[in-house]
Ligand binder design. Structure first.
Ligand code: GDP
Length: 830
C-alpha cells in the first residue's frame, strides 16, 4: 500500500487534490495533500520568463481557488516577486562564479607559491577583497530592489514577498486558501537556495513542496554538519599526529606477519611494507623467524622480548602454597574392583542413602562425581566412574585425582584378575586402599576367604593384623555403608589432605561432552583454589570463561572450592578426561596456551606416527639420550598370559634402556589401546588376541604398530632384540585373508564343517589358520579341507563362499572369524 502511495505523487496525473501517504525511514509516515496544479508552480529559473509568467496567469486565473477581482493586482505582485527571485538567482550565480574564480586563483597561487609566495599572497588577498566588494555591491542592489518592490504594499521591508501577498488581500477573501498556496509558493522559491547546498533539486522538489520545510531542513543541517565534521577531521588529521605507544613485544621463535602486527599494534600493511623494505616479501599469513621479526619490531620503535613457545605455559606454573594458607579438604575416592563385584551398586547405594538423608528433595545429577556427608560431618567426594580404566587413563594424562581407593571384593566370590589389577594400579599410584567386602547379605558370603586371598597379593587387612582397613558391606541392604564412609573419613584424616582455597583454581576434567543445548560441558574436580563464575581458564587444548557452574545436585553455584566436582560451561571446545584446568588472568593468555598445546600435540602426533615401530623407537632411543624407555601396550587372551608377559618385560633392560608396560589387559585390542599407544609412541603386542576393526583402522591412521604373537617366548625375544637394537625388520607372518563363519554343518566322516564367506584376501588350503572368537585366538592349526561347492579347491577369493574344516579341531561356531596366514621362511638375524 505504502509503495503505491509513495509513488503516486510523482505521477501527478489527477487534477483533484488527493491524499498521499509518504513513507520515510524508521517507519515514519506522513499524510499529505497533493494537488496537480502544484506542479505548475515551477522553480523560476534565470531566463525562464515565459513559464514564470504563465504560472502567474494560471494561478491568477483559477477562480475556484481565489476570489475574483484582485487578479490583476495579484498578477502584478507576483510578477514582481518572480522578478526579484530571478534577480536573487542571478546574484547567487554571480557569487558562485566569484567563488569558482577564487578557488582557481587559489590553485594558481599555490602553484606560484614556491617562486613568489608573499607577493602572490598579497595579490590574492587583494583580488579576494575586490570580489567581496563586488558581491557586496550586488547584494546591496538586490536588497534595494526588494525594498522597492515591497514598499508600495506598505509592509515591513524585510518581510518576505509571499507574506506581503497574504497580508494584503486578507480583507478581500478567504485567507486560509491563500496562505496555503503562498506557503507552497514560498517553499518553491526557497528551493534554488537549497540547490546551492549541493542537494539534488529533482529529488527533493516534491518533498519540499509537500512536507513543508522542517524535514528537509533538518536533513540539510545534518548533511552540512557531517560535511563540516569531515573537513575538520581532515584538517586535524593532517596537522596533529596521535602519540605513539611503544610496547614490549613478546617474540616467539616464529611468528606470522599478522600476529606480529597485532602484537605491535601496528597496521598489517605497514608491517608488510617494512618487511619489503628489508627485502623480505611476506604475506600477512606467512611466518617469519624471530631474527627478522626483531628487526621489524625495532624499526617500529618497540622493544623485543624473546620468548620460547613453551614459555606461554609459564603463567600457570605451579606456585607453592604457604602452609598457613592451607585448609583441609575432602578426600577424592575411586571405587575399583572386579566386574560384577558391586562397584556400581555401592556407588549408587552411598549416593542414594546420603542424598535422601541429607539434602531435602535433592535430585542427583550424574556429572561424573558426587559429594556426600558422613554422619560425623565429613565431606567425601566420590568419582562416579568405577574401575581402573578411567583411573589409569586420567593418570596417564597427568591428572592424579584419587586420594583413596576403595577396593570392592564380593564376599561370595574371590580375588579375581581385575581385583589384582586394581591393587596394582593403586599401588603404582601410591594411593592408599580400603577393602570393601561386598555382598555379605548373601548366604554364600565368606569374607574371611577374601581376606586370606588378599594376603597372597600383599594386601594385609586390619583383621589379619595389617594396616589396610577392611569393611564388610552390602550394597543391596545398605549394611555397613556408614562404617565404610567413616573408614574413608578416617583414612582422609591420616592423609592430612589440604588445599588453598584462595588461589587461582586448578582442577582435573573427569568427564566432558558436547551438549546439544549447552555446548561443550566438562565436569571438573577442583584440586586446589576456587573456581568462580567469570574465571578465564585453559583446560588441555581448550580454553574459555566460566559461564556457569553446576553442582552434583543440578544447582547453579557461583564458585567451587577444593575437592568439589562441578560442571563447567563456557568452553570453546570439548576437553578430554584427565585434562588439567588452570585459571589464568587474561583471555589472551588462555588462548595462547591452548593454541600452543594444540600445536605441540599435533607435532607430537606427527612425530609419533613416524616413529612407533619398534626399530624406529630404538633408533630414537639411541639418537636421543632422553628416550631411555621402551613403552609397550600388552593385550592377551587370559590374565595369566598378560601377567607372565608383563613380568618378563620388566626383567628386560639394562642401564640404558628399559621396557615400560604402559598398559596390560585381557581381550581384543581396542581403539583405547591404540590411543594410549599413540600418545606414548608405544607398539601394541597382541598375545593370542587381535585388534578389532576400528582399532585396526585407527592404528593404520595413527601409525601405531601392532604385533601379534602366540608364543610368549617369541614376544619376549622380539622385545629383547628390539631393546638391544637387533630386531630384524622382516615380517615372519603374513595375513593373507579373513573369513567369517556363517553356518556350521556336521558331515559324517569329516566332522564339523564351517560354511564361510571370505571377507578379505584369499583362503588358501596350504596356509595356516587361526580361529578367532571375539578377537581372541582360540585355535591355531591347519585346514583339513577347503571346498567350493562340492569340489576341493586350493584357493578361494574374497567375496566367495566356501566350506572349511580344521585338522583335529571342531569347536567352531557361527560368527567366528578364521584368519589365514602364511609363514615366511626368512632367517632372522641372530
Ligand atoms: P560392578 O560390575 O562391579 O559395577 O557390579 P554391579 O554393581 O553392577 O553389581 C553386579 C551384581 O551384583 C548386580 O546384579 C547387583 O545387584 C549385585 N549386587 C551388588 N551388590 C550386592 C550386594 O551387596 N548384595 C547382593 N546380594 N547383590 C549385590
Amino acid at each position: 500500500m505504502s509503495d503505491n502511495d509513495g509513488k503516486k505523487p510523482l505521477g501527478l496525473g489527477g487534477s483533484r487534490p488527493s491524499n498521499v501517504k509518504q513513507s520515510f525511514s524508521h517507519g515514519r509516515t506522513k499524510n499529505v495533500v497533493v494537488e496537480t496544479k502544484r506542479k505548475r508552480v515551477v522553480v523560476p529559473k534565470p531566463g525562464a520568463a515565459k513559464p514564470a509568467g504563465s504560472t502567474g496567469v494560471q494561478m491568477g486565473g483559477d477562480p475556484s481557488k481565489r476570489p475574483a477581482g484582485i487578479s490583476d493586482v495579484e498578477l502584478e505582485r507576483r510578477m514582481k516577486a518572480l522578478a526579484m527571485a530571478r534577480a536573487r538567482e542571478s546574484d547567487e550565480a554571480a557569487k558562485r562564479e566569484a567563488e569558482e574564480k577564487e578557488r582557481a586563483a587559489e590553485r594558481e597561487a599555490r602553484r606560484a607559491e614556491m617562486e613568489a609566495k608573499e607577493a602572490e599572497d598579497r595579490e590574492r588577498e587583494e583580488r579576494a577583497k575586490a570580489k567581496a566588494e563586488e558581491e557586496k555591491r550586488k547584494s546591496e542592489r538586490a536588497a534595494a530592489k526588494v525594498k522597492a518592490d515591497a514598499t508600495p504594499a506598505g509592509a515591513d521591508a524585510s518581510a518576505l514577498p509571499g507574506e506581503n501577498a497574504v497580508d494584503r488581500p486578507s480583507a478581500a477573501g478567504p485567507r486560509k486558501v491563500d496562505r496555503e498556496r503562498d506557503a507552497r509558493e514560498k517553499a518553491a522559491k526557497a528551493k534554488p537556495g537549497r540547490e546551492d547546498d549541493g542537494r539534488r533539486a529533482g529529488k527533493l522538489t516534491l518533498n519540499d513542496a509537500l512536507t513543508g520545510r522542517e524535514g528537509g531542513r533538518q536533513r540539510s543541517m545534518a548533511a552540512m554538519k557531517r560535511k563540516q565534521d569531515r573537513a575538520r577531521a581532515k584538517a586535524m588529521g593532517g596537522s596533529a599526529e596521535r602519540e605513539k605507544v611503544f610496547r614490549d613485544v613478546a617474540l616467539p621463535p616464529a611468528i606470522t606477519v599478522s600476529e606480529l602486527a597485532n602484537r605491535m599494534a601496528e597496521r598489517v600493511a605497514d608491517v608488510v611494507k617494512a618487511l619489503m623494505q628489508n627485502g623480505i616479501m611476506a604475506t600477512q599469513n606467512q611466518s617469519i623467524d624471530a631474527d627478522t621479526a626483531e628487526l621489524i619490531i625495532e624499526e617500529f620503535g618497540h622493544t623485543v622480548v624473546r620468548v620460547s613457545d613453551a614459555d606461554v605455559e609459564d603463567v600457570i606454573k605451579q606456585v607453592l602454597d604457604d602452609p598457613k594458607d592451607l585448609v583441609s579438604r575432602p578426600p577424592i575416592v575411586t571405587i575399583m574392583g572386579h566386574v560384577d563385584h558391586g562397584k556400581t551398586s555401592l556407588l549408587d547405594a552411598i549416593r542414594n542413602a546420603k542424598v535422601v538423608a541429607g539434602e531435602a528433595g535433592g535430585i542427583t545429577q550424574h556429572i561424573g562425581a558426587y559429594q556426600v556427608k558422613t554422619d560425623s560431618g565429613s565431606l567425601l567426594t566420590f568419582l562416579d566412574t568405577p574401575g581402573h580404566a578411567a583411573f589409569t587413563s586420567m593418570r596417564s594424562r597427568g591428572a592424579q585425582v584419587t586420594d583413596i581407593v576403595v577396593l570392592v571384593v564380593a564376599a561370595d566370590d574371590a580375588v579375581m584378575p581385575q581385583t589384582i589389577e586394581a591393587i596394582n594400579h593403586a599401588k603404582a599410584a601410591k594411593v592408599p586402599m580400603i577393602v570393601a567386602i561386598n555382598k555379605i547379605d548373601k548366604p554364600s558370603a565368606n569374607p574371611d576367604k577374601v581376606r586370606t586371598d588378599l594376603l597372597m597379593h600383599e594386601v594385609v587387612v586390619e583383621k589379619m593384623s595389617g594396616d589396610v582397613q577392611d569393611v564388610e558391606v552390602s550394597a543391596l541392604t545398605g549394611k555397613g555403608l556408614d562404617n565404610l564412609l567413616e573408614s574413608i573419613a578416617l583414612q582422609a584424616e591420616i592423609l592430612e589432605l589440604k588445599a588453598n582455597p584462595d588461589r587461582a583454581a586448578v582442577g582435573a576434567v573427569i568427564e566432558a561432552q558436547l551438549d546439544v543445548g549447552r555446548g561443550p560441558v566438562a565436569t571438573v574436580l577442583i584440586q586446589n583454589g576456587t573456581l568462580r563464575q567469570g574465571d578465564i581458564f585453559v583446560v588441555g587444548e581448550q580454553y574459555g570463561k566460566v559461564r556457569a557452574l553446576i553442582n552434583d545436585k543440578g544447582e547453579r553455584v557461583a564458585e567451587a572450592g577444593p575437592a568439589v566436582p562441578v560442571e563447567v560451561l563456557g568452553l570453546n571446545g570439548t576437553p578430554e578426561a584427565g585434562d588439567v584446568l588452570n585459571v589464568v588472568e587474561t583471555d589472551a593468555q588462555a588462548r595462547e596456551i591452548a593454541e600452543y598445546r594444540e600445536k605441540a600435540a599435533k607435532e607430537k602426533r606427527a612425530a609419533a606416527g613416524a616413529a612407533t615401530t619398534l626399530e624406529q623407537l630404538m633408533a630414537n632411543a639411541k639418537a636421543n639420550q632422553n628416550v631411555s624407555e621402551l613403552p609397550i601396550v600388552v593385550k592377551a587372551d587370559v590374565q595369566g598370559s598378560a601377567e607372565a608377559i608383563v613380568q618378563a618385560m620388566e626383567k628386560i633392560g639394562n642401564d640404558e634402556v628399559r621396557v615400560r608396560v604402559l598398559h596390560s589387559g585381557v581381550g581384543a585390542i581396542t581403539e583405547t589401546d591404540i590411543g594410549l599407544a599413540e600418545a606414548s609412541g608405544a607398539p601394541v603386542f597382541g598375545f593370542n588376541v587381535r585388534a578389532n576393526a576400528t582399532a585396526r583402522n585407527s592404528a593404520n591412521q595413527k601409525g601405531v604398530e601392532i604385533r601379534y604373537y602366540s608364543v610368549i617366548y617369541d614376544l619376549v625375544d622380539d622385545v629383547k632384540k628390539a631393546a638391544s637394537g637387533l630386531l630384524s625388520a622382516e615380517i615372519r607372518e603374513k595375513f593373507i585373508g579373513y573369513a567369517t563363519i556363517k553356518d556350521v554343518f556336521k558331515v559324517s566322516n569329516v566332522g564339523k564343517v564351517a560354511g564361510c564367506l571370505v571377507t578379505e584376501g584369499v583362503a588358501r588350503r596350504s596356509a595356516g589358520v587361526r580361529l578367532l572368537r571375539d578377537d581372541v585366538v582360540i585355535h591355531e592349526g591347519t585346514l583339513k579341507t577347503l571346498k567350493r561347492f562340492k569340489d576341493e579347491v586350493a584357493e578361494v577369493q574374497s567375496g566367495q563362499e566356501c566350506g572349511m574344516a580344521f585338522e583335529n579341531y571342531d569347536d567352531i561356531r557361527p560368527g567366528d572369524v578364521i584368519e589365514i596366514f602364511e609363514r615366511e621362511s626368512v632367517e632372522r638375524n641372530l
